[in-house]
Structures are given as C-alpha cells and as structure tokens.
Design a protein around this ligand. Structure first.
Ligand code: ZN
Ligand code: ZN
Length: 299
C-alpha cells in the first residue's frame, strides 16, 4: 500500500510538531508524499477568535515554511502545500476569492461549525464532549436530527459552492454520537442525508470538470479512529458505498496532528474501501495548469 497524507496539521495551527518534524516522520515511515493543511485563518473574515486556526498574520510565513520543506525534501519525499478551509454558512468558505487566489497546491473543504436555529450561535460539532453537550442541549434543544440537518445542510452548501480539491471528514457529525446518543446512523432520514450528499459530490465533480474548476475527491479520514473517538473512518462504510456507486474516488488521510499519527489506521480505511467496492485510491501528485493531479493506486 502506498502511504501518503494530504491532511496534516503543524504548530502553525493545532498540531504538535513543526513541518520539518512531520516531513522527517513521513520520510522515515516510507511515505511517498505529505501535504500540509493548516486550518485556514478565520478571524479577519468572521471575527471568531479560536486557538486552533492559523492566525491571519502568519499565513505568508506558513506558505514560505512549507515551500522551504518542499525544496529540502526534493527527490526524497513529495511535499505539498494546502489549507483546510472552514465553510461557515454566510461567513466564509473554500470558494472565497481570497482562498482560491492563494498559491496553494490544493484546498481541503471542511465543515466544523453549525449555527443554532434559535439564535444563530455557532458551535463546532467535533468539540470536546462537555462543549458538545452544551451545543446539543442549549443551541439545538437536544434535537439530534435538527443538529445533523444543520450539519449536512452546511456540508451540501459547501460542496455546491465549489472550490474544493478534497472534501474533509464527511460525516464528522458522528464524532460525538458515541452509543448513538443523539441519532441513529441507520434511520432512513439520516441515510437520505447521505444519499443527498453523495449526489452533490458526484454533481460537483461533473460541474468542476465542465467549468474547468476544482473536481472534489472525498477523503477517508482516520483521525477519529486514531484519537479513539470513532470505531470507523469518516465517512462510514455506508457512505463509502454510496460514493462508490456514484464513481466518486477516495483518498486516505490521517488528519495527523502529530508525527505518530501519520499513516494511523490506514489498514482499516483500506478494508472499508475494499468492502465498499473500491479497487483503488487516489494519490495527490501536485497541481499543473490550475488542475489538481491525482494518480490511482491499487488498494
Ligand atoms: Zn477538520
Ligand atoms: Zn484537519
């Protein structure tokens, strides 16, 4: 199996190690490539103050640091520059002009924030359990369906807006659903949500190809397994099957926040993909003439 990870965080945002340490770890583990995807700055655009995004004023420094690693590892390890860009309804997203104009190799689109239908207050669906309880209780009146509806509405809007090379952790909403505490992943209304998102992903690929825009690939993200929060990757085997039937290709990422997480649980990801019907996965190969390049590798 080829090892590569395009979803990697460093001390520029909420990662534990600097880019050089992450490259060295990838190299020693036999990776062919590593891509950096710091959480894109949000403060200047949205007013949100967080401890986990790249500060606006460090964006240039981040770009320079990753480009430096790219040169340093040339001929040994392919190093790519990306960002994980938050889609926050009405505030910001991967399709924003300023993001699209950055000199990046790729853009990962992600939904972490949902807004309360009561008062518009934002909260992150992958927050620690106590904080999540507050969100579910106070902002969504313990209505699990309203919460996942808000999440998938946002996710669908992000896909339709375009501008993503990779769609991040598609069903992140399950991270805090231990013991199916707030929704049943087998409920027809939940599965309908997955169907709709799979349709949108397939439509966005067609639209991207026709318009000469970005053609999104879905990542199989092992971060939840690595951190002991989920038993399966994002997206679930059920969702992977839906994507397979619509010919949406997958790539495997660890959402690594430290060197030890690189390549974590890839075998599980691989098995779920094979069960879903996939015979191959995509490996990122850079950007040429505005187009993301991918190579298909057997699983
Ligand atoms: Zn994320
Ligand atoms: Zn991430």
């Amino acid at each position: 199996m080829i090892y590569s990870c395009m979803h990697t965080h460093t001390t520029f945002c909420d990662g534990e190690a600097d880019a050089h340490t992450m490259c060295a770890a990838a190299w020693s583990r036999g990776f062919t490539s590593i891509g950096f995807s710091s959480h894109a700055p949000v403060t200047k655009k949205t007013g949100l103050k967080t401890g986990w995004h790249l500060p606006d004023e460090r964006l240039e420094e981040y770009i320079a640091a990753i480009r430096r690693e790219q040169k340093l590892w040339e001929g040994k390890l392919e190093v790519y520059l990306g960002l994980e860009v938050d889609f926050i309804r009405g505030l910001c997203g991967p399709a924003d002009r300023d993001i699209q104009d950055l000199p990046l190799d790729y853009i990962i689109g992600a939904v972490h924030y949902v807004a309360s239908p009561k008062n518009g207050e934002l909260f992150t669906v992958d927050s620690p359990p106590e904080e999540f309880e507050h969100g579910l209780e106070d902002l969504f009146d313990r209505d699990g369906r309203a919460l996942y509806d808000a999440y998938y509405d946002a996710y669908g809007a992000m896909i339709s807006a375009g501008g993503c090379d990779i769609l991040a952790h598609l069903d992140l909403i399950k991270k805090n659903n231990r013991g199916f505490a707030f929704f049943s992943p087998d409920a027809p209304e939940y599965l309908n949500r997955l169907e709709r998102i799979a349709d949108l992903a397939a439509e966005a690929r067609t639209a991207g190809a026709q318009a000469g825009g970005r053609i999104p690939v879905v990542e199989v993200n092992t971060g939840g397994i690595i951190r002991g929060r989920t038993a399966e990757p994002y997206p679930s085997p059920a969702m992977q099957g839906r994507l397979y039937r619509r010919h949406v290709p997958l790539t495997i990422n660890a959402d690594a926040h430290g060197p030890d997480q690189l390549g974590g649980a890839y075998e599980i990801a691989r098995e779920t993909m094979i069960s879903a019907g996939y015979g191959g996965m995509l490996i990122f190969k850079g950007r040429k003439d505005g187009r993301a390049l991918w190579r298909e590798e057997a699983l």
